[in-house]
Ligand binder design. Structure first.
Ligand SMILES: [Zn+2]
Length: 349
């Protein structure tokens, strides 16, 4: 079972303490606050709140033909509702799996219920991040919180999933991507979906395992597979479209929907996260507002300053993944990734 993701990597570190005599000409300007533009309204989920299987907010749809159990989770983060909008549309369109079983989960309904467009970042969670709780020790432990109790409620569905896609979006504008986690099964699933075509393998957050890191999906040799979609910036119409495409690709490739659309034309690009940069101070500042997906050609390029430390690219052709332009102390500020050749992915390297 994976622990609380290390993301560590042998070799040089992106973080180094600036020498007292260091005279870098690049300033560390304060990043402007983003303009939070809520372009899409929160979906009306009232019809699905009761669920149809004894668990609130969970809808099971079963085909008569056997097939995999596919689970789609939305609202693991209560304010990221593009995924919930897509699940709501599937249900209103009366989606029926051609085979197997489809479970649609509206996860953190308590946080979602608090969504307020005038402060849209506040409803990510009620008590704690629901995507840092997914290990037995925590789930079976004595602690209670809104998110932990909800995670326990939906656990029976998660435990029976063969394929899971967890639908998320980003606070900062960035290239849509699929996080494949650290397991070979997740990489294979992400490659099969292939839309968006940027696939990033990683080993999670230091703060705790995500749903895709749960042992069902990450145990060596396990057959169940999970991936996490980061479909674009929160509350943007384009993010709903990207989510819709990824969900349809997943349902087609798993045989739950007929193959009625053309496959994506871009071949998937595989990246492996080598470093997770956590903000050590409240003064973490990028040298410019990166948006993620950039490939920095030269090793040693200054990316950010974190109090007395400099963050530099540790190798050539280093991709920046989902920079958090205003990280709080202890939060993930950036991931760094290198290209992985396809055969290595297939061989599980
Ligand atoms: Zn999220």
């Amino acid at each position: 079972m994976m622990s609380c993701g290390s993301g560590s990597r042998p070799g040089s570190s992106p973080r180094m303490r600036a020498r007292p005599t260091f005279q870098d000409t690049l300033p560390a300007p304060a990043q402007p606050l983003p303009r939070f533009s809520v372009e899409i309204p929160p979906p009306d989920l009232s019809r699905w709140l009761a669920g149809n299987c004894g668990i609130p907010g969970v809808i099971h749809l079963e085909a008569s033909r056997p097939g995999p159990h596919v689970v789609l989770t939305a609202l693991i983060h209560g304010n990221e509702y593009a995924g919930a909008t897509v699940l709501d549309t599937l249900l209103r369109d009366d989606v029926r799996p051609a085979r197997g079983r489809l479970s649609l989960i509206f996860a953190n309904l308590d946080a979602f219920a608090r969504f307020d467009a005038s402060n849209p970042v506040a409803s990510r969670f009620v008590d704690e991040d629901m995507n840092r709780l997914w290990c037995r020790q925590v789930l079976n432990g004595p602690r209670h919180s809104t998110e932990l109790d909800r995670a326990r409620a939906i656990l029976p569905v998660i435990e029976s999933a063969d394929i899971l896609m967890d639908l998320h979006s980003m606070l900062w504008p960035g290239t849509p991507l699929i996080l494949a986690g650290g397991a070979e099964s997740g990489r294979r699933l992400s490659t099969m979906v292939g839309d968006p075509p940027l696939i990033v393998s990683d080993h999670g957050h230091r703060a705790g395992p995500r749903l895709i890191d749960f042992e069902r999906f990450s145990a060596p040799g396990g057959r169940a597979a999970a991936c996490l979609l980061e479909a674009g910036v929160h509350w943007d119409a384009g993010t709903v479209t990207a989510t819709e495409q990824a969900v349809h690709a997943l349902l087609r490739h798993s045989g739950l929907l007929p193959p009625d659309r053309l496959p994506p034309t871009l071949p998937p690009r595989h990246m492996m996260v080598t470093d997770i940069v956590t903000a050590h101070t409240p003064r973490f500042r990028f040298v410019k507002p990166f948006r993620g997906g950039e490939i920095i050609r030269r090793r040693g390029t200054l990316l950010a300053q974190d109090g007395p430390d400099e963050i530099r690219t540790p190798y050539n052709d280093c991709m920046l993944v989902m920079p958090n332009l205003r990280p709080g102390r202890g939060q993930t500020a950036l991931r760094l990734a290198m290209a992985v050749p396809d055969p290595a992915i297939r061989d599980g390297a």
